[in-house]
Design a protein around this ligand. Structure first.
Ligand code: ATP
Ligand code: MG
Length: 582
């Protein structure tokens, strides 16, 4: 049985106006509804209502973690530099890590993640294969000194993460641990009410063998996704891409004057051919200082991340650098490039014998440039950014596109940390082996904001029932009335007794203020208790998600809400509750 939340005594400073420095809907609404306050760039305070939502999200995470083999612990926020030196990350983590020195001159950092601490923890205690598997998690602050903290809680500097780490004796064990976490994550994001997609993620850099990200679909998301009905989904930064370039009709190498032509669109129009008959060029430099020009079909963009798989450390050249290296922006081509410049090309262009390319001379292009004769390709690969409408690599159907917010990621780490830090166990065959690890993160505070990005309208937040600060808000229209207020109290108490989370707006405010705040805060249901209605034995019930209002007889309220509660157990079926009045 939960206590009634009396709004009269709740610290919930709601605002009429959008805060001027909030740059995204969730930040504006969370501040306006009195759930969070900005303390400094990327630092936020959770006020009581926001804290309630946070606690509910954490509770869902705990329940799903615990029922999928997780064990909760709590590791320190402040971490010793020594551990990071052992793993080799102290010098490479970069400026996102906030470092400090204590009074004894010992270096520390604010934990941006906890692989080092957990590996150090188990290192001397998990000794045998018999101790495995283990899956340990905590819900803890993280600090990453983001270059540009923005979008409120979506990209803050201090944030709350649930991070879990699994330890297994072999790959099959890891697959199982990973599978359990995949299930737990799917379940928890469903319970939080997200529309989300599980996408294939890049795991190359950290040397892992598999990773997926959980993306809450939202237009304001920072990630571009493609997805298919068959269940396949990927971030466009890493998603497999299979373009279908077309052959431009030219029998031999021919240089043509193309005055004023600088873009692919202009070139295609000038030649009267589809963009897919041309090759787009993109220049960059790798870690060793080799300059590369990468080519993809004209109707695609070059994917820098993919190019960097061929050319380690690849980054784009600035306009000045291009000039220094003798490259002509807007007219680059593989024929007659300056000496030492290497050519990379998308796999799909292998099948195109003669290319339409820049002539490395302003105002000129080549048609009919023959691969292997007029120029050589040094490296082939999948180099394109996949896009909406492309064929699904799993089933071949055209894919849809969306933007997403990364709310979680699961990762097969392998032995990267256990090997570097000497964390081994004695296996069945009597040999010392490094643990096979997995790591699994959920952005807890980011999830709260992502839910608001997905669920809001011009009046305010529309919380999914599973994470709302309370299920129902009872709103008496006057408070000094000896009829209305007791009736509202009674309704609130009876609903609370059934197991519902109930707020009672007993503030001395005008009805208009209470209505506006209730919409802004986003309680899933509002029960409006007024004098005139009570005389007829009625109240008004409003469903926030649809805006639908219904007059309900007093004696029907318990029955209606009771249908979503388990009698006697005082528990609420969130799905049933969300479906009332539908
Ligand atoms: P991003 O790519 O968005 O920077 P990440 O991939 O670096 O995130 P992880 O190391 O995978 O983040 O951390 C696990 C989770 O923590 C992420 O899925 C995300 O939900 C959350 N998270 C990461 N950075 C932030 C941040 N600056 N503010 C809030 N949440 C964050
Ligand atoms: Mg991530």
């Amino acid at each position: 049985m939960s206590a009634i939340l009396h709004l009269k005594t709740t610290y919930m400073p709601t605002l009429k106006e959008d805060p001027s420095d909030a740059d995204i809907a969730s930040a504006k609404l969370l501040i306006r509804s009195g759930m969070i306050r900005k303390e400094a760039a990327g630092l936020y305070t959770f006020l009581p209502l926001g804290q309630r939502v946070l606690a509910k999200i954490e509770q869902i995470i705990r329940e799903e973690m615990d029922s999928h083999g997780g064990q909760e612990l709590l590791m320190p926020f402040v971490q010793n530099a020594e551990l990071w030196r052992e793993s080799g990350r102290w010098d490479v983590y970069g400026d996102e890590m906030l470092r400090m020195t204590d009074r004894h001159g010992i270096e520390f950092c604010l934990g941006p993640t906890h692989e080092e601490v957990i590996t150090d923890l188990v290192k001397n205690e998990l000794r045998s294969y018999k101790d495995l598997p283990q899956n340990l998690y905590h819900i803890q602050l993280k600090f990453r000194d983001e270059r540009r903290p923005r979008f409120g809680l979506l990209r803050s500097r201090e944030f709350i993460m649930k991070d879990a780490y699994s330890f297994d004796a072999n790959e099959e064990g890891l697959d199982k641990s990973y599978g359990l976490m995949r299930e737990a994550y799917t379940r928890m994001f469903e319970r939080m009410g997200f529309e989300f997609r599980t996408v294939v993620a890049d795991s190359g850099e950290i040397g892992g063998s598999g990773s997926e990200e959980f993306m809450a679909i939202a237009e304001t998301g920072e990630c571009d996704l493609v997805y298919c009905d068959c269940g396949y989904a990927a971030d466009t930064e890493i998603g497999e891409c299979t373009p279908v370039p077309t052959q431009y009709d030219a029998a031999e190498l021919k240089k043509i004057e193309t005055p004023g032509v600088h873009t692919i669109a202009e070139l295609a129009e000038f030649l009267g051919c589809p963009e897919s008959s041309t090759a787009k060029a993109f220049s960059g430099i790798d870690a060793e200082g080799t300059v590369w020009v990468a080519f993809v079909p004209g109707d695609y963009e070059v994917n820098e991340i993919k190019v960097s798989r061929l050319a380690k450390g690849f980054r784009p050249l600035s306009d000045e650098e291009m000039e220094q290296h003798g490259l002509v922006k807007g007219s680059m081509g593989p024929v007659g490039l300056p000496a030492g410049v290497k050519v990379a090309a998308d796999e799909s262009l292998r099948g195109i014998e003669r290319w339409v390319v820049g002539a490395n001379e302003d105002g000129f292009h080549y048609v009919g440039a023959k691969q292997g004769e007029d120029f050589q390709v040094d490296a082939w690969g999948d180099l394109c950014v996949v896009k909406t409408g492309d064929a699904c690599p799993k089933c071949g159907k055209p894919m849809d596109g969306a933007r997403g917010i990364e709310v979680g990621q699961i990762f097969k780490l392998g032995t990267k940390y256990s090997e570097a830090m000497g964390a081994t166990f004695m296996d069945e065959d009597g040999k010392e082996k490094p643990f096979i690890m997995g790591c699994y993160g959920v952005g807890v505070s980011r999830s709260l904001a992502a839910a608001v990005e997905q669920c809001h309208d011009e009046s305010g937040i529309v919380w999914p029932v599973g994470i709302a600060p309370a299920h129902v808000c009872v709103i008496p229209l006057t408070v000094n009335d000896d009829l209305v207020h007791p009736a509202a109290e009674k309704i609130a108490q009876e609903l609370a007794d059934m197991g519902l989370e109930v707020a009672l707006d007993d503030r001395k405010e005008r009805a208009g203020v209470k209505f506006a705040d209730a919409d802004l805060i986003g309680w899933p249901y509002q029960i409006v208790v007024g004098k005139r209605g009570l005389e007829n034995g009625e109240v008004e019930l409003k469903k926030r998600a649809t805006g639908e209002k219904q007059t309900v007889k007093l004696e029907q309220i318990n029955e209606l809400f009771g249908s979503a509660c388990t009698q006697g157990a005082a528990t609420v079926d969130v799905d049933k509750l969300g479906a009332l009045l539908n």
